[in-house]
Design a protein around this ligand. Structure first.
Ligand code: ATP
Ligand code: PRP
Ligand code: MG
Length: 290
């Protein structure tokens, strides 16, 4: 039996990744004191790996494929193939942002004001290149974490830090000067692994099903019966980009309508649908949209 070595990101992206694989069709069960979670597919062997180290391990073939953030792919400059973007972060399906932050009372108002200043960040290589490309000369030093505190304490003039909900920056009374990078999770693969048809097919299977599971996030399906005479009125209410499916009922005066909408639209939509004559409305969860 052949097996694909797949890196699952340990840390911030871990639980969202395991949940996404669950929805995609693979149950991953972490063990408390070992970094090789079980997975219910004998064709995949999982290893928990820090996001920061994922791309180098995929590049050198220790792993055939893995998931990590765009930020650490850029930081490590590892030579990997990007199979696809999966737009999720630690706590949402929005990108996380690497931002320049300063104290509320700092004179720094724009990126250019960093000339001659000290900046702390975990993303040292990326930040140095970003400033150099814009002709700004500043000292960029590595921070192991708790970076916001160093700005508050005045140990550095500024920091380049990741933010998602914004609560850490707010809690420290810091100010965002500008955004440097928006990052989402990526499925990456080793280039030699992609040249192996079996491995390539397995990676494509993972890409297809995780993408389909993510596409179904925050979406629901609605099914309803509509008097034939009212169908245009009901269809006009639907926000869907695609035309809904309409089929005939045994009773020719009625049509059945099926569509997919955003979860947060449903509570406003249903009263309008009933007012327009829809009946027997069913709402159900979706696991995948392919
Ligand atoms: N809200 C978030 N906070 C931090 N990292 C996030 C967040 N959402 C997504 N990420 C991604 O997670 C990866 C970093 O996660 P990881 O757990 O390895 O580092 P970390 O959060 O700095 O770890 P630690 O908990 O040790 O500080 C990056 O690719 C980053 O883009
Ligand atoms: O905008 P927010 O949703 O508040 O998220 C941003 C915070 O999350 C991360 O911290 P982490 O938990 O990784 O701790 P660390 O500072 O020790 O790295 C990041 O370094 C920020 O501090
Ligand atoms: Mg961190």
């Amino acid at each position: 039996m052949r097996q694909l070595k797949l890196g699952i990101p340990k840390g911030s992206l871990e639980s969202a990744t395991i949940a996404l694989f669950g929805q995609a069709g693979w149950t991953i069960s972490p063990h408390s004191r070992n970094y090789f979670p079980s997975i219910d597919d004998p064709e995949i062997g999982c290893a928990l790996v820090r996001s920061q180290e994922m791309a180098p391990y995929v590049a050198n073939g220790t792993l055939d494929a893995g998931l990590t953030g765009l930020d650490w792919i850029l930081e490590t400059e590892a030579d990997v193939a990007e199979i696809g973007e999966l737009s999720y972060s630690k706590s949402s399906d929005q990108p996380a942002r690497w931002v320049l932050i300063v104290r509320g009372d700092s004179p720094i108002q724009a990126l250019e004001d960093l000339a001659g200043k000290r900046i702390a960040t975990e993303l040292v290589g990326f930040t140095r290149r970003y400033l150099a490309e814009r002709g700004i000369s500043a000292t960029v030093e590595f921070s192991w974490g708790a970076t916001e505190a160093k700005v508050v304490e005045g140990l550095v003039d500024a920091a380049v830090e990741i933010t998602e909900t914004g609560s850490t920056i707010r809690a420290h009374g810091l100010r965002i000067v500008c955004d440097l990078l928006h990052t989402t999770t990526r499925l990456i693969a080793n280039r030699a692994a992609l040249a192996d048809p079996w491995k390539q097919a397995k990676i494509e299977q993972i890409a297809l099903l995780t993408r389909a599971a993510l596409a179904a996030h925050n979406k629901v399906a609605l099914k309803m019966n509509v008097p034939a005479a009212r169908i245009d009125q009901v269809v006009r209410l639907l926000p869907s980009l695609h035309a809904p499916t309409v089929s005939h009922l045994y009773d020719r005066d009625w049509l059945a309508l099926e569509t997919v909408v955003d979860n947060d639209q449903v509570r406003d939509l249903i009263p309008h649908l009933t007012a327009a004559g829809a009946q027997g409305i069913l709402e159900y969860q979706l696991k995948k949209i392919v």
